[in-house]
Design a protein. Structure first.
Length: 367
């Protein structure tokens, strides 16, 4: 069994045969790393359909170029890596994450509509911390920890009518490479708000940063019938040193790192389980648990599946390259509030603006 792709020997042989056939149809033309990654991680049934569809067309290269355009225009990699926010970007001084003990004091900075929204976010974050016993689910280390999203903020609007109507919608693009039934489950699991315990887990700050850069992925293995235990497999995703354009039949040369994740510049990162004192290895099984599957539900299985698929796509597409820190306004919030992040960050914490312009003694005409 191929650990990275999940194919057995027969499936791996069929996948490469289909990709070589596709390469012959387009006469060895080069395409983007994003398309190359999607084709290599795609469901086999979807890959078969792509090859059959292209075989029927008079201009195969033009058709596959259309697939490439869909991947680029849908911003598949950028959405997952939190690089596709609307509006302008500008550098800013980092805001200070709000601590629960200061909530009453800092709420004076906001109009009343903000209060319910951010109290709800804070509640979900606290529920996640309670469920995960205020420990990183991977390293078992205690504070400081961060509440991280499984599906990032940028994916939250996929179910809107406007998003569905777009020519290069992300949902349509996903259905080119993965079965409609599977994609529909993913889209249904992505709710209007990403602030739900089913989309959150606790990570140590360095583990959260590695997740955001697609240095690792978690694969769902099994859940018990009571939904109180969920087992996932940890995998370090390798650095793929491929050109920006390459033939679709190019075989990935990188293999998953076992103990430490190495990049192309000699950098090395790792994680250690503080309970065992051992490094976190590729193939390690991690058990997520809850005492109350109703009030403190475990991460959604469909969101974990989406995470497993797109983390690998992003790693292969080169989306894990380092980027500069930027300030991004959250589309879900008003202009008065933003979060200090790098392009990958989706820390689920409350951040308030430094300048207060609205007091609690507002009238209804101010907002």
């Amino acid at each position: 069994m191929d650990l990275f792709f999940g194919d057995n020997e027969a499936e791996k042989a069929e996948r490469m045969s289909l990709l070589h056939e596709l390469d012959n149809l387009v006469e060895g033309a080069a395409f983007s790393r994003e398309l190359w990654a999607c084709l290599h991680v795609a469901d086999l049934s979807s890959l078969r359909s792509i090859v059959e569809d292209i075989k029927r067309h008079r201009y195969p290269q033009l058709v596959l170029t259309g697939f490439d355009l869909c991947v680029k225009e849908s911003k598949l990699v950028r959405h997952w890596m939190q690089q596709s926010r609307g509006g302008s970007r500008a550098s800013s001084t980092a805001t200070t994450p709000l601590q629960p003990s200061t909530l009453a004091h800092d709420l004076v900075s906001f109009s009343l509509p903000h209060v319910g929204k951010y109290c709800c976010i804070l509640t979900k974050n606290n529920q996640c911390r309670t469920r995960d016993q205020r420990q990183c689910v991977i390293t078992k280390s205690s504070e400081p920890i961060e509440v991280a999203h499984i599906s990032p903020l940028a994916m939250r609007d996929l179910q809107t009518e406007e998003a569905r109507a777009q020519r290069f919608s992300l949902g349509k693009t996903l259905k080119l490479f993965w079965t409609e039934e599977k994609v529909n489950r993913w889209l249904s699991a992505i709710q209007a708000t990403t602030e739900t315990s089913k989309n959150l887990f606790c990570l140590a700050p360095n583990a959260h940063a590695y997740q955001g850069r697609a240095y690792f992925a978690l694969k769902h293995i099994r859940s018990n019938e009571e939904n109180t235990r969920c087992t996932v497999m940890f995998m370090w995703l390798p650095h793929f040193d491929n050109p920006h354009l390459l033939r679709v039949s190019t075989e990935p040369s990188a293999v998953p790192d076992i103990k430490l994740r190495k990049d192309g510049a000699g950098g090395v990162v790792g994680l250690w389980n503080v309970s065992t004192g051992l490094p976190v290895f590729t193939g390690d099984q991690i058990v997520l648990e809850t005492t109350d599957p109703v009030s403190l539900p475990l991460p959604d299985v469909d969101l974990l599946e989406l995470h497993w698929v797109l983390q690998r796509v992003v790693a292969m597409a080169g989306g894990a390259e380092p980027r500069d820190d930027t300030y991004e306004a959250d589309d879900e919030d008003d202009d008065e509030c933003g979060t200090w992040t790098d392009d990958n960050s989706d820390v689920s914490v409350l951040s308030f603006p430094q300048k207060s312009t609205i007091s609690m003694s507002t009238d209804n005409n101010e907002k």
